[in-house]
Structures are given as structure tokens and as C-alpha cells.
Design a protein around this ligand. Structure first.
Ligand SMILES: Cc1cc2nc3c(=O)[nH]c(=O)nc-3n(C[C@H](O)[C@H](O)[C@H](O)COP(=O)(O)O)c2cc1C
Length: 222
């Protein structure tokens, strides 16, 4: 079982968010998972320019690190998204990454995995950023098993107190992968999204034939 954390803090190893995501991974490792972490700030990811090039063949016009990251997500059974709160939202690094997942979202290439989300903030916005990242997971067809936000008040020691809950979240994620996890609300949302994306898959079936056939095989297109 592989669990991959991806965080969008530019603080790299000094990052509170990275540390929180690291606790989640440690909990998952205790439950038997093989874990890894991607620091988005070490990756070269160009912002989406809405050229729609990817809609023709799934390949972005920008040759950067995003495709390799998508491959690493594909190889993982569980995903952790983490971001610091920047002006009540995810960091720019995280948002650029999310925007570049549009094709993966439309064709649901990462669907069926489990995930969880974390956020750190000085004071406010943590829960909203946890919820937003969960919303993006649902767009991807990934069910989130939980989330955790910590307001540090500028004190990095605040994270120490969050370690048990973060480790527990990691163990829950590993348990969901092993035994399954049901959340009807998220499943209804994911199914609704898939109905919407189905129209894109049908519309583009002449040049995205492999994806169309995958959807038929999965029973997502009758
Ligand atoms: C550009 C920027 C915007 C921020 N916006 C907020 C904010 O809206 N509310 C808040 O409470 N903290 C805000 N913060 C503080 C960070 O969310 C907080 O320090 C976070 O824990 C940093 O995590 P990191 O070390 O993983 O980067 C902001 C920090 C920066 C650099």
C-alpha cells in the first residue's frame, strides 16, 4: 500500500504544513503503508493557460514536472493534500497544481482512491482550506476520509499537539485503503460530477478513444 502526500508550501523543510502532512504519513506507515512526500515548490509546474491543448490528447503543451506527479499519484493508493492558508485559500503553488489536474478530473483517471487533507494557518481559514482540498479530491473521484487544520498562532510548537490526531488520520487513511470506506455524501457528489464529465468524454470520443473505451469498460458510459 502506497500513500503519497503532496503539499504546496514554499517553506520546504521548514514548512508547518509539510510537518503536519509528515505526521499523517508516519501514522500511515505505522499501519503498514509505504509513504512518500512531494514538495510542489521543488517541482516545475507552469500555470494552466487554458489553451485546451490537453483536451485533444491528454498532453499539456508545457513540458514540465506535472505529468510525472500525475504518474506518481496513479501509482499511489492513498493521497494526502496539504496547503498553508494564503489569504483564506490554498497557496498559489497548490492552486497551480490543482488547475493543471483539469484533464485528470475530466477523464477521472485518478478515481477510486482514498485521501485526506491538511492545512496550517496563523489564525483563520484552516477548515475552509481543508474543505476546499477535499472538494478537489472529490472532483478527481477520490473519497476523503478526513481532514485536519491547525492554527499555529505563529508558534511552531502548536504542531506538536496536533501530532496524535494527524497520525490517527494517517492510520484511518491506511485502514480505508485496506478495508474500504463509505461516505454517501461524497459518493453522490462524485457520481454527479461523473455524469457531467461523461458529456466531455462522449463529445471527444473520436480523438480520446482510449479514454472513451475505458469509461465504457468501467460501466460509466452504458
Ligand atoms: C502570502 C501569505 C498569506 C497568508 N494568509 C493567511 C491568512 O489569510 N490567514 C492566516 O491566518 N494566516 C495566513 N498566513 C500564514 C500562514 O498560513 C501560516 O504561517 C502557515 O502555517 C504557513 O505554513 P507553511 O510553513 O507550511 O508554509 C499567510 C502567509 C503568507 C505567506
Amino acid at each position: 500500500m502506497k500513500i503519497l502526500a503532496i503539499h504546496g508550501s514554499p517553506h520546504t523543510t521548514r514548512s508547518a504544513t509539510r510537518r503536519l502532512a509528515g505526521f499523517v504519513l508516519e501514522g500511515a506507515a505505522e499501519a503498514g503503508a509505504e509513504t512518500e512526500m512531494i514538495d510542489l515548490c521543488d517541482s516545475r509546474i507552469t500555470a494552466c493557460t487554458a489553451c485546451e491543448g490537453c483536451s485533444f490528447n491528454g498532453i499539456c503543451v508545457y513540458e514540465d514536472d506535472l505529468p510525472a506527479i500525475v504518474e506518481r499519484i496513479k501509482e499511489a493508493d492513498g493521497i494526502v493534500f496539504g496547503s498553508p492558508v494564503y489569504l483564506d485559500n490554498v497557496s498559489g503553488q497548490m492552486k497551480i497544481f490543482f488547475d493543471r489536474l483539469a484533464d485528470a478530473i475530466h477523464y477521472q483517471v485518478l478515481a477510486g482512491k482514498y485521501g485526506c487533507t491538511v492545512a496550517t494557518t496563523h489564525t483563520s481559514g484552516g477548515d475552509d482550506v481543508v474543505a476546499y482540498q477535499k472538494h478537489v479530491m472529490n472532483y478527481l473521484g477520490i473519497v476523503a476520509v478526513g481532514g485536519l487544520s491547525i492554527a499555529t498562532g505563529g508558534n511552531s510548537e502548536a504542531l506538536d499537539g496536533a501530532e496524535p490526531a494527524a497520525r490517527e488520520l494517517g492510520r484511518t487513511l491506511a485502514g480505508a485503503i485496506r478495508q474500504g470506506f463509505t461516505d454517501t455524501k461524497q459518493e453522490v457528489e462524485i457520481a454527479g460530477n461523473r455524469e457531467f464529465f461523461k458529456e466531455i468524454v462522449l463529445e471527444n470520443r473520436d480523438f480520446r478513444t482510449d479514454e472513451y473505451e475505458r469509461w465504457v469498460k468501467l460501466g460509466w458510459i452504458p
